[in-house]
Design a protein around this ligand. Sequence first.
Ligand SMILES: CC(C)(COP(=O)(O)OP(=O)(O)OC[C@H]1O[C@@H](n2cnc3c(N)ncnc32)[C@H](O)[C@@H]1OP(=O)(O)O)[C@@H](O)C(=O)NCCC(=O)NCCS
Length: 273
Amino acid sequence: MSGTKKDVSDWWSTSIIDMAPGQIRMRGTPIEELIGNVSFTQMIWLMTRGGLPSEAEAQLFEAALVAAVDHGPQAPSIAAARMAITCGLGLNGAMASAVNMLDDVHGGAGEQAVELYHMISARLDAGEEVEAATSAALDHWQSTYGKFIPGFGHRFHKPEDPRAPRLLGLVDDAAQAGKVTGQFAHIGRAIQSVLNARKGKPVPMNIDGATAVIYAELGFAPPLARGLFCLSRSVGILSHAWEQMNQGGRNKGPTPPAYRWTYTGPNPIENNN
Ligand SMILES: CC(C)(COP(=O)(O)OP(=O)(O)OC[C@H]1O[C@@H](n2cnc3c(N)ncnc32)[C@H](O)[C@@H]1OP(=O)(O)O)[C@@H](O)C(=O)NCCC(=O)NCCS
């Protein structure tokens, strides 16, 4: 390749994909060998980190992706997708509007939980006992970021988010079979027990806490936990957007029009609705 052409090709460098006319290779493997041979879950793994997962890793990974696909129109992202469709956006615009809302507060807890689990794991590696390490990490988290521990607590699912024990059970099975270490399931449960004891009532591990256990066990970096959540939730977002498109509905706001907001400014209009 001549100097100038190389200067241009070096502008973007990637180890993900190589192409020539009639040839497409992902991480070194021709696309025609991947098509029909690897699952979509394996493909996500190959693309995001290279290599293919073992069967046990792929099963855990897929379980996490399946578990987080949807949480109904009360989830702000799903509501946003449905509202966007009634405003005339296409599926792409509705999906983008919804995914844009999956930031720190709604959708970001998985990434934060992986970070927290890593903090505790580092303390355990340094020889601290599990309860002391967990308490110290929670204290540090709360003094730095505020009282809510990511991956725990749920407004709706009390005393238990049904997804969490199922996912942890799958991690336990994989750990017993020697496929993962199980150390992050142990850490997740330690957080659960310290939190419950501190609050005097259940603060259940939620979907983000449980998928974070799996992503940590599988060695995904914390920011990828958020990206993977976006991928998973995109399935629900697309389904709701498509359903809304088929239902019709025009310019729908967040509540039926007969229900209004609470006005707190001057000269309220009395109404008996
Ligand atoms: C989801 C969430 C907003 C629900 O909060 P909530 O409506 O206050 O939950 P509850 O009413 O059940 O809270 C019960 C008590 O536990 C506390 N609590 C709830 N979640 C907590 C958490 N993650 N960490 C510490 N304390 C928590 C509440 O402050 C409350 O304490 P109080 O009785 O002294 O006021 C909250 O749990 C949260 O922000 N969790 C962390 C972020 C997260 O994981 N988000 C993903 C949700 S799927």
